[in-house]
Design a protein around this ligand. Structure first.
Ligand code: IPT
Length: 271
């Protein structure tokens, strides 16, 4: 028996950690994992992947790539012989889904920086096509709005360190008084820290930075990164457990919905 995994590019840290966790927890259950990494997220290309999985006798599929609600719902409805579980879809989507509680983590970053006295914020979001990027940005803005901050500046990166580096110059140029940058993932935060060093915004004129993911490397960034921890191993474990449970029950309309906790890890990049 085998599972199928459709994933975002494994060149990024989080999807590769999640894939590794899925693989090892599936192995414990003596399940092979077949991996597909489609370029785009159109219905036809995803349906082709599911057909390919079906031909390999796969009956359970985990999709860790950003999909709009209507697309995930259509895939679920038109493939009701497969158990499909989604890890990156909007909250209101009528499909089986496990995801991290973005509200908890995003809100905690704003609160932490506010309590340190920061009032001038830069927001570095992930790519606009990413569901999780939009959810995190939405929460930052809502939390800032609630405490009366209305002048935060938003820029969008593509999850990579190089985009974080480039966008930092834009942010600081737009408002040189920015004292804190909230970043949608650790890889972009690495680039932000590098750009801030280049801009000589260290020491007394340092800018605080928060990341998101808590990758294994983030502790060794200079300075060590304050970030929101997402337990990718737990996500992989729960995903394998849920998709196998879905495979073993007969009602294709049954839905699983699980929210995993996140946790703010405070290190040296915020003061
Ligand atoms: C999400 C990561 O937080 C982000 O850093 C990036 O790697 C993205 O994945 C790629 O799709 S985590 C995902 C479960 C929403």
């Amino acid at each position: 028996p085998a599972l199928g995994l459709i994933t975002s590019s494994l060149t990024y840290h989080a999807p590769s950690q999640i894939a590794a966790a899925i693989k090892s927890h599936a192995e414990e259950k003596h399940l092979q994992v077949s991996v597909a990494m489609p370029k785009g997220a159109q219905f036809e290309s995803l349906q082709a992947v599911l057909n390919e999985f079906r031909a390999q006798n796969i009956r359970g599929v985990i999709a860790n790539l950003p999909l709009e609600s209507s697309l995930a719902e259509r895939l679920t409805q038109e493939n009701d012989d497969l158990a499909c579980l989604f890890l990156d879809v909007p909250p209101e989507t009528d499909v089986s889904c496990i995801r991290f509680d973005h509200q908890e983590g995003s809100g905690a970053c704003v609160k932490h920086l506010w309590e340190l006295g920061h009032r001038q914020f830069g927001l570095l979001a992930g790519p606009a096509h990413s569901i999780s990027a939009r959810l995190r940005l939405g929460c930052w803005r809502e939390s800032l709005h609630r405490i009366g901050v209305s002048n935060a500046i938003t820029v969008w990166g593509d999850w990579s360190a190089s985009s974080g580096w480039a966008k930092t110059f834009e942010l600081i140029h737009a408002n040189p008084r920015i004292s804190a940058i909230i970043v949608a993932n650790d890889q972009m935060a690495l680039g932000v820290l590098s750009a801030l060093t280049q801009l000589k915004r260290t020491g007394a004129s340092a800018v605080s930075v928060t990341g998101y993911d808590d990758t294994a490397d983030s502790l060794f960034f200079q300075p060590a990164l304050t970030t929101v921890a997402q337990d990718f191993d737990l996500l992989g474990q729960r995903a394998v457990e849920c998709v196998t449970a879905l495979m073993n029950q007969s009602d294709p309309r049954k839905r699983v919905l699980e929210l995993l906790p996140t946790r703010l890890v405070v290190r040296e990049s915020t003061y």
